[in-house]
Design a protein around this ligand. Structure first.
Ligand SMILES: Cc1ncc(COP(=O)(O)O)c(C=O)c1O
Ligand SMILES: Nc1c(O)cccc1C(=O)C[C@H](N)C(=O)O
Length: 413
């Protein structure tokens, strides 16, 4: 491949997604390769938040639940996410955090499969997913156990007739490796198990087809590729065939069939609403809504096509420009098996990443030795990739990362 900056400029100039970059607040000079952890702010958020605070909250107060559409937000925002994950508008709600939604769907799934005690997952899954299973199993007190696979390709052999639930993260948070959703869901169903997909690193990064795969449950974040803001609420999907039978234990009044009947006993809604719990975080949802609106104008297939190109370009450049400095590709080389991130292992990954961040190339570090770079096609271009690798190469060649200030560990890495 011909690798030079002119070539990168040319690719940016004919990028069909190039127009979206100016819709995000990114200070000049910053190369932000961490949108897989926290996406940047959409330009319309400030004004929208201001209007919500001044008009809807300060002025209209309680009336805004009806007049400003606050009450409908969980379903309205869910409907915006639905096309990105292959779901119908009525099958997704925005609510709570991913961890809490996992608890709800896992609890519902084990109740639907009462004779079975095994929950299959991956040791390298994002820890909160495994912790939620541990917490739920201890709370349920029925002897549920986690069966963890060590290699992603071992899912099939872990599924047998003792398995109640297969819970996997579609795109691995460390390596970016993608599971075959349709294939695994089919295998699990054939064995009588239910499937929970965590779409934290998939939604807005690559096309997902939950209905096509006949998935049972899914959860995901909105603060990563959906750019909803820090702590933005998560989403939950429940297959329509399960919405009247799946019972989740966090039976708050927003999940009631008639919340404003103030009935003393709980009667779950017969719709996706039963996966709601309490009052939605209106301010966070207000910031999320304009960030979701952008997806009306974006084709997820175009996002995927550019994401693959950006990642391939990054890998090729790093391997050419940084050879001999101990970097090892930790992500699948095959683009079909990789999400929208590229991870490299390095003995001094933390310090090298800190040095990069100090030069405005922002990725992140995942212990013990992973440097993680996310490529969000809405606002990252080919010149960004070129410049990021030039900076990385300079840091490695000059040993700049050895500076004492890059060795100090912060709480969030
Ligand atoms: C796969 C995965 N699941 C869940 C989470 C987080 O869940 P929560 O928003 O509840 O902290 C993350 C990232 O933080 C993640 O990468
Ligand atoms: N959710 C996060 C947070 O509250 C602080 C810092 C980072 C995060 C993340 O999203 C981490 C992310 N899920 C990961 O893949 O590592």
């Amino acid at each position: 491949m011909q690798i030079n900056r002119d070539n990168a400029e040319e690719r940016d100039s004919c990028d069909p997604l190039g127009e979206f970059r100016d819709e995000f607040v990114l200070r000049p000079g910053l190369i932000y390769l961490d949108g897989n952890s926290l996406g940047p702010m959409h330009v319309s958020v400030r004004e929208r938040m201001q209007a919500c605070i001044e008009d809807e909250w300060a002025n209209d107060l309680i009336a805004s639940w009806n007049t400003a559409g606050w009450y409908d937000m969980p379903l309205r925002l869910g409907a915006r996410i639905a096309p990105l994950i292959g779901a119908d508008a009525n099958d997704v709600v925005v609510t709570d955090s991913t961890s809490i939604n996992l608890f709800k769907v896992l609890a519902a799934a084990i109740r639907l499969n009462p004779g079975r005690k095994v929950i299959v997952s991956e040791r390298s899954n994002f820890p909160t997913d495994l912790y939620m299973v541990e917490g739920l199993s201890a709370f349920a007190g029925k002897g549920h156990e986690l069966r963890l696979i060590d290699r992603p390709e071992d899912v099939a052999q872990a599924i047998d007739d003792s398995v109640a639930v297969v819970m996997l993260t579609h795109v691995n948070y460390r390596t970016g490796r993608v599971h075959d959703m349709a294939d695994i869901t089919r295998m699990a169903h054939e064995a009588g198990a239910l499937v929970v997909w965590d779409l934290a690193h998939s939604t807005g990064a690559l096309p997902v087809d939950l209905a096509g795969a006949d998935a049972d449950f899914a959860v995901g974040c909105t603060y990563k590729y959906l750019n909803g803001g820090p702590g933005a609420p998560a989403f939950v999907y429940v297959a329509p065939r399960l919405q009247t039978v799946a019972e989740q234990p966090l039976s708050g009044w927003f999940g009631h069939s008639r919340p404003f009947a103030f009935d003393p006993s709980f009667e779950p809604a017969k719709t996706i609403h039963r996966f709601l719990t309490g009052t939605p975080p209106v301010l966070s949802m207000t910031a999320l809504e304009p960030a979701l609106a952008i997806w009306d104008r974006v084709d997820i297939a175009a996002i995927r096509a550019k994401s693959v190109e950006l990642c391939e370009y990054f890998i090729a450049l790093v391997e050419q420009e940084c050879a001999g400095f101990g970097l090892e590709l930790a992500s699948p080389r095959d683009s079909a098996r990789r999400g929208s991130q590229v991870s490299f292992r390095h003995e001094n990954a933390y310090a090298v990443m800190q040095a990069l961040i100090s030069r405005d190339v922002v990725g992140d570090f995942r212990a013990p030795d992973i440097m993680r770079f996310g490529f969000a096609p809405l606002y990252i271009g080919f010149v960004d990739v070129f410049d990021a690798v030039a900076t990385l190469s300079d840091i490695l060649q000059s040993n700049a990362w050895r500076d004492d200030r890059f060795q100090v560990r912060s709480a969030v890495t």
